[in-house]
Ligand binder design. Structure first.
Ligand SMILES: NC(=O)c1ccc[n+]([C@@H]2O[C@H](COP(=O)([O-])OP(=O)(O)OC[C@H]3O[C@@H](n4cnc5c(N)ncnc54)[C@H](OP(=O)(O)O)[C@@H]3O)[C@@H](O)[C@H]2O)c1
Length: 267
């Protein structure tokens, strides 16, 4: 018998998760995936694309896992209260992917006795590179969520205070910004855009693979590459002078702060 999953909110992130669950059907069989979604068009798209079943806010099917996947600015507390009315805490574990929304707030909406996991996935789940940061409440155990979470990437159990940090740190956007700037740099220096893009992507994949194989920090390889008075150290000096590292660090810190603020504002 497979698992039964119920999603509330059928936007980009749950779609990526559902796509991964369907792809991993051999390792994690599911009998039902229900999606409760305000937009009828979106629900129809998911049903046609991933063979999901469209549910309504009065449905109460036999779900092992309910995933709350609305946005922080939506009525998350109302959704939690509705889950508490319709599902059975003995059978169902509640997983929230709402950025910034704390376990304490979820428990307020749900009431006592619920197994709750707060997770922060990212869209790299689609290519099996996504990391989900996961925090559990006192009632939940890893076995309640582990098999499901493993379908869409690696799983990192952390204290809840680190969930916002992972949200700011992990999303692939910062990598896309870097690639964008790197490709433009190639074009600025005279390379055709296609060539700059091809070199940039392979350099990033190759550089990452090399670091993993060597199992060292980048500084070790930079020390080898940056010979005295050479091209590498000139590039490093220029990056230092223009605040490259501080730009990335400031962006991540700002993203973490913004996540916390959005969760604080959420109903
Ligand atoms: N995208 C990511 O990479 C990512 C990563 C980690 C966490 N998250 C979190 O995941 C959650 C969903 O993100 P997303 O990117 O999937 O958002 P999204 O694409 O904007 O989708 C949200 C969907 O939820 C629907 N909705 C709102 N209230 C609802 C309700 N009460 N019942 C049923 N459906 C409802 C919305 O419908 P309407 O548009 O009609 O209101 C919309 O279709 C957010 O809390 C976000 O913080 C996202």
């Amino acid at each position: 018998m497979g698992a039964n999953l119920y999603f509330i909110g059928g936007g980009n992130m749950p779609s990526a998760i559902i796509e991964a669950v369907r792809r991993k059907a051999a390792a994690y069989p599911v009998d039902h995936i229900w999606v409760e979604e305000i937009s009828r068009e979106r629900a129809e798209y998911l049903a046609a694309t991933y063979n999901t079943e469209t549910a309504s806010p009065t449905d109460a099917p036999d779900a092992d896992i309910v995933v709350i996947a609305v946005r922080p600015q939506d009525d998350v507390a109302g959704v939690a209260a509705s889950v508490a009315r319709r599902f059975d805490p003995v059978k169902t574990t509640v997983i929230s992917i709402v950025a910034g929304y704390t376990i304490a707030k979820l428990e307020q909406g749900l009431g006592h006795g619920w197994r709750v996991a707060r997770i922060i996935p990212n869209t790299l789940t689609t290519v099996d590179y996504g990391y989900s940061g996961v925090a559990l409440n006192g009632a939940a155990a890893r076995e309640d969520v582990d098999a499901f979470l493993n379908t869409f990437g690696k799983v990192l159990y952390v204290e809840e205070r680190l969930i916002d940090v992972i949200t700011g740190f992990y999303p692939p956007n910062i990598v896309y910004h870097f690639i964008d700037a790197y490709v433009d740099a190639g074009v600025l220096a005279g390379l055709p855009r296609d060539a700059a893009r091809a070199i940039a992507l392979d350099t990033i994949i190759g550089g990452t693979e090399f670091l993993k194989q060597k199992d060292v920090l980048p500084q070790v390889l930079l020390n080898i590459n940056n010979s005295p008075g050479g091209v590498g150290i000139t590039e490093a000096y220029t990056l230092n002078k223009t605040g490259f590292a501080a730009s990335i660090q400031s962006a991540v810190l700002a993203a973490v702060e913004r996540t916390t603020a959005l969760g604080g504002d959420a109903k």
